[in-house]
Design a protein around this ligand. Structure first.
Ligand SMILES: *[C@@H]1O[C@H](CO)[C@@H](O)[C@H](O)[C@H]1NC(C)=O
Length: 259
């Protein structure tokens, strides 16, 4: 065996190793590939409303958006990139660390983690953030919740805490939550999402149709699996779908917070 063959075999071994651990992670979490990006952040992490928050956008803005992440928290992936995108549209944008430095880590047991960080408890942490925004002179607030954060956003929307809501592939969110919704709400689901199934999103849509007093928009994106708006890979298809969801989200906020 010559050296080139040996080196090639070594690389093949590494390749198999990397791919195997990747596919285990994906199957465990039902999420897309997690990106480690070299994205250059435009905002800063600060204490705000009792939590560490990534904050981006014009400080003079009278409108704010709170982005509530999935179980992986506010540090990795595209969450800060999305916050900067929302900020670039003119919103004071806050991405809180609801998990206080203890996000879910792939491969660790999920049950004890979620017990400690139940989305039902999220609203308790969100309210001081809303108060802190109001204290800054913010007059209108929108909330977008991704996966875990979808439930928190849905809970907030049953009260007059926010003026507009977007749920992106929300988990733990029930038909009862949607029945209780009081603010304009947009729900973005994925055709292949097994944690927020399209059938459930359809049910949400039917409930909202029976509530014409609340403005709503529901869309199921073809060909995408759970997490696609936040944890997308760098294929053209995945980027295109994620960006489309971000545009829909911004459009909803522009419609309901800008007049
Ligand atoms: C990238 O994401 C797309 C859309 O979610 C998915 O269909 C595709 O399998 C993913 N590709 C890789 C290499 O993970």
């Amino acid at each position: 065996m010559n050296l080139t063959v040996k080196v090639n075999m070594l690389f093949l071994g590494l390749f198999v190793l990397v791919n195997t651990s990747l596919s285990i992670d994906i199957s465990k979490n039902g999420a897309n590939v997690e990106m480690s990006s070299d994205y250059c952040e435009k905002g800063k992490v600060k204490q705000f409303g009792g939590l560490d928050c990534y904050i981006s956008g014009p400080s003079y803005s009278k409108t704010a958006i709170i982005l509530i992440t999935d179980v992986f928290g506010f540090a990795p992936s595209h969450s800060r990139e999305i916050a900067d995108k929302v900020a670039a549209a003119g919103y004071y944008t806050v991405l809180p660390d609801f998990f206080r430095g203890d996000p879910y880590v792939r491969g660790k047991p999920f049950a004890p983690w979620i017990k400690k960080h139940a989305p039902e408890k999220g609203i308790k942490d969100a309210i001081p953030i809303i108060k802190a925004l109001k204290a800054r002179g913010i007059t209108k607030i929108g909330v977008a919740g991704f996966c875990w954060g979808g439930k928190v956003a849905a809970d907030l929307s049953k009260h007059p805490y926010v003026e507009a809501t977007v749920l992106l592939h929300p988990t733990s969110t029930t038909t009862e939550d949607i029945r209780g919704d009081k603010v304009p709400i947009s729900i973005l689901g994925g055709e292949l999402d097994d944690l927020c199934k399209p059938e459930l999103v359809k049910e949400f849509e039917n409930i909202l149709k029976s509530k014409p007093e609340v403005d709503s928009f529901v869309k199921i994106f073809p060909g995408v699996a759970h997490g696609w708006t936040l944890r997308y890979n760098n294929t053209e298809f995945a980027i295109k779908k994620a960006e489309e969801s971000h545009s829909d989200m911004l459009h909803w906020f522009d419609m309901h917070l800008r007049h």
